[in-house]
Design a protein around this ligand. Sequence first.
Ligand code: FCB
Length: 462
Amino acid sequence: MKDSKEKMTARAAAVSPSAFPSGFVWGVAAAAAQVEGAAEEEGKGLSIWDVFAKRPGAVHNGDTPAVACDHYHRFRQDFDLMAAFGMKNYRLSIAWPRIMPDGVGSVNRRGLDFYHRLIDAVLERGITPWVTMFHWDLPQALEARGGWPMRLVADTFADYADEIVKAYGDRVKHWITLNEIEVFLDNGYGSGRHAPGRKEPAGVVNQAFHHALLCHGHGVRAVRQHGGAGARVGLTDNSTVAIPLAETPEDIAAAKRHFVGSKNCRILEPIYRGGYGPDYLAFTSGWLPQIAPGDFELIAQPTDFLGMNIYSGTCVRQGPGGKPQVVPYPGHYPTADSPWLRLNPRGLYWGPREAAEVYGVKEVVITENGAGYDDAPPVDGEVLDLHRLDYLRACLRELRRGIADGNRVSGYFAWSFMDNFEWADGYDRRFGLVYNDFKTQVRTPKASAHWYSRVIRGNALV
Ligand code: FCB
């Protein structure tokens, strides 16, 4: 009786508009510097975030990533919890300064061993690791030599990527080269809001972008050379998603034009079109970085998917003269406590569609989506984050609508498994499905974790 009931539910899910395609990848995401802590243990070199966070006023409340979620020492329990909630995939990142404390040269064996243990522990619980090679924690030793504006960073990244793919490629088959180039460079070297906190002229920042694109190319090359059978690789980008205000043909065309003409062209044009073309030149006022022979062959190698981090979107309509016009964010729309986060679930529909229609992207993985709130501590063991749950559900509904319309999206990762070090916003801005008490390191799954677990188990919206 029980069996047949389950079968009936499964059959209903297969045809229901809330069901996801079979084999859809469900996961949660995190990054080394945000969860690990152990900032100076077992031979790890300092990262630019370790140093930046100590600067007075740099990070909210003077918080630092020194301890974070202490995941470095608690990863087994954390993975037990992930497995208990039915998580199937975990997107983690490797801390470059753990592997190469001096940025260049010798490899720290204890750092390499840590990720051997970590990856094994993930796999032992039936969870598939998705590994990001770089999620913002540049070795301080490289910053001391000039940081991202120096081409040296790309050369050393090539060695680092080779090391980690050779070390873990037998077990890791899903690789992400870099996370959100635009955010760590515009904030790190432009506005100075992120590590290393520099304010450089636009030309210097553009040169840094070129070097990051080279790193992406080296990451792809390393996976092709050493990744073994079945290895897949892509970039994670935080493309600006242009949301057509009225979803009329006119507004849709304007939104697509905005998708190309906005900052996305700095990353997606060189990767998908193999050069700095008219959109890039228009966006950067004709300024070109220094380019060496062979750079675009490296940068534009074919990848297997585009990782998109989608939290929001920009509303666009056809304006005067047929030009795209950005529409101010409607004041009554729901907001999150993160000041940069203007919630708009329709980004999950339009982002993958624009990437496909504009740049010919054949497969998208949503590598991050979530909402930051200042959740109150648990009461009677519960955190009722219904605002987050509602928002995530709305996002998944839009993602599902896109898939029904032909968007090729193969996976979705919620940001984040647990509350963690939210960069310059410190520990107050919580994105986790699991509440973390940073004093006691006690983890409490929130309502959103219970809900997401049911979505994953049913492969359908509940
Ligand atoms: C993204 C970052 C991620 C996290 C979320 C909230 O931009 O990639 O590390 O901070 O925002």
